[in-house]
Design a protein around this ligand. Sequence first.
Ligand code: COA
Length: 359
Amino acid sequence: MEDDKDLPACNLSFLIGHLSFFILEIRRDLLYNAKITATAHYVPKKVVTNEDLEKFLDTSDEWIRTRTGIRQRHMVEKGVATSDLAAEASRRLLERRGISASEIDCIIVATVTPDMFFPSTACILQEKIGARNAWGFDLSGACTGFVYALAAAVQFVHSGAHRKVLVAGADVMTSILNPQDRNTYVLFGDGAGVALVEPTSPGEEGILDFILRSDGSGGKYLYMPGGGSLNPPTHETVQKKMHYVHQDGRAVFKYAVVGMAEVSLEILKRNNFCASDVVLYVPHQANSRIVDAAVERMGLDKSKVVLNIDRYANTTAATIPIGLSEACERNRVRRGDLVLMASFGAGFTWGSLLLRWAA
Ligand code: COA
């Protein structure tokens, strides 16, 4: 008797289970996929070579080149802010895409060097390029900021809320570097890169997947202690050089090698791809040895790797969009190509993003 009573209940939950599965599938079909439709970048004109740094730092071109792969970096002139670099890159992007700034719905600026605490650099950028119909916000994800921001943009497009999201990765790292600290000053440069995220057309795949990670226990290895609510600016914070980047380079190096390879391999595996399917790998560029180690762990052909650290050094959130933009300019990527990005940075933050190029 008891069995007979349970039977209809069982059937009902089975039915509900199946029904919700179908509803989810139908919803997924109705959602929009997102793709990158244009990229652009801008770096300031001033070039500072390793030899230039030898003049005032206890360092050498040979040490910097062999330990990091960096030969030179671009630096802003006094008075040039992150939003200026992002605005120039955005203007180039708008021209390439052939749209006006007023068509942009949302602006996300990934940066750790905003023009100021507030207003957001996104608002300043909006004003500079005349994106009067957009709203926007800044995203603090350090070197992984652009990957985080792209993933956020995908959600706005995916839900149907927005059709044109401008994603910028921009940093003026020289504004927070101690020119007397050879451990950090030689490693970074200034720059900006942008990408436009829009819905895919029927039949296009666009952005396929992303993995985003963070581990706050790594915060002590790379940080800028001064200027925030914990250590507001005082004479003491200035004297103690708290408004500059502090880094345990060796520790960051070790975590970065593992993190970059981990998220790169994982995203390929869970999408049933292998390294040989990747046409373009755009890794964050903190150190060419970190990139080499990750590429080796992945078993990826080196010819597929974007490497421009020799010319730009580490431009933090700008690194990946600059790399992507240069790759497009050099025709290294075509429609349908599988593109993989991966990054690691302060936080610790790290992540990867996989897409079929559809621009
Ligand atoms: N010029 C000359 N010597 C330098 C130097 C410089 N610019 N910077 C550091 N050194 C010295 C160190 O003081 C150390 O001297 P010591 O042995 O007398 O103490 C020596 O070079 C070796 O330092 P070490 O830390 O072992 O070098 P490394 O091979 O690990 O390279 C980094 C250092 C910083 C380049 C490397 O660890 C790195 O790239 N880390 C990742 C950091 C990063 O880019 N983070 C950004 C966010 S991802």
